[in-house]
Design a protein around this ligand. Sequence first.
Ligand code: IPM
Ligand code: MN
Length: 355
Amino acid sequence: MSKSYNIALIPGDGTGPEVLQEGVKVIEAAASKNGFSFNFTKYDLGGERYKKTGEILPDSVVGEFKKFDAMFLGAIGHPEVKPGILEKGILLRLRFELDQYINLRPVKLYPNVETPLKDKKPSDIDMVIVRENTEGLYTGAGGFLKKDTPQEVAVQESINTRFGVERCTRYAFELTKKRAKNNKLTLCGKTNVLTYASDLWQRTFNDVAKEYPSIKGDYANVDAICMWFIKNPEWFDVVVTDNLFGDIITDLAAMIQGGMGVAAGGNVNPDKGGVSMFEPMGGSAPKYTGQNVINPIAAINAGTLLLENIGESKAAKDVDNAVIKALESGKIKSMSAGKMGLSTTQAGDLIASLV
Ligand code: IPM
Ligand code: MN
């Protein structure tokens, strides 16, 4: 019998279900071409369920997710739900409880995709950002003192453990080696000011680097990285950084690769038995919901990451090549919603037909 993978689908809110459907269509095409199959199980998490039932993420569901081979997410976020509730209650909780300690963000400029950077071509923009995904300023450590008084104090602490930093750094070195592109790994920090947190990162990085003599270790401050991503993106191969710096530089990087229509990411638990979740970066885009105009390429690219993660590298390559061929065909006019010249489903059909 051919191999079958169990995948949890979380279509979520807004345009999430529309783009996820195309992502599923394309990975199914890759599976049938490569002789394996998927069993999908749908979970209706998100703003709609929260509004109807008050439920955000039942404990039992987190337990169920652990049994899947991977998770595939559309988007979470609802205009009528106060910011923070779904983000903390679903996305961050899943990252923490499933120990998805890597946030993986490939940044690649595809052919015929417009970048706002003048004179930069696909060969100039091709890097991967590895963001630590369970520590730093995201743990919720801190608190208020004398809240709602003129003397109020707010403390928000960045938690960085040697264990957490080391496993993330090691993952980044392994990835740099596997990519075999420029064999260069850049640590992004702020050692000139964060003399504890960034210092731990730098010492850990230097120690792990000794195990990878073929990889060139590099360092840049986060503010400088923001300049260089714009001016010299070709300098970067793999970048490793903490949770908040990573959050910020990955959005910047998404823009130079052509925006939210193409940017995909993964919340990865690379350990044995770990389950990872893949998603387009674009969010729920409420104003385009139900119009069949949103670009599904980001969700399809998330599918590529999912295939790679479950060990189906050939199928992953097939999907990536199909995206390239579809873009080279010139049939997709723009990455922006409503301007593609094709509907969401037509773009998905085109890419699936090229797998
Ligand atoms: C991301 C998002 C999340 C983050 C939000 C939605 C909590 O911006 O995945 O980058 O800050 O990590
Ligand atoms: Mn973000």
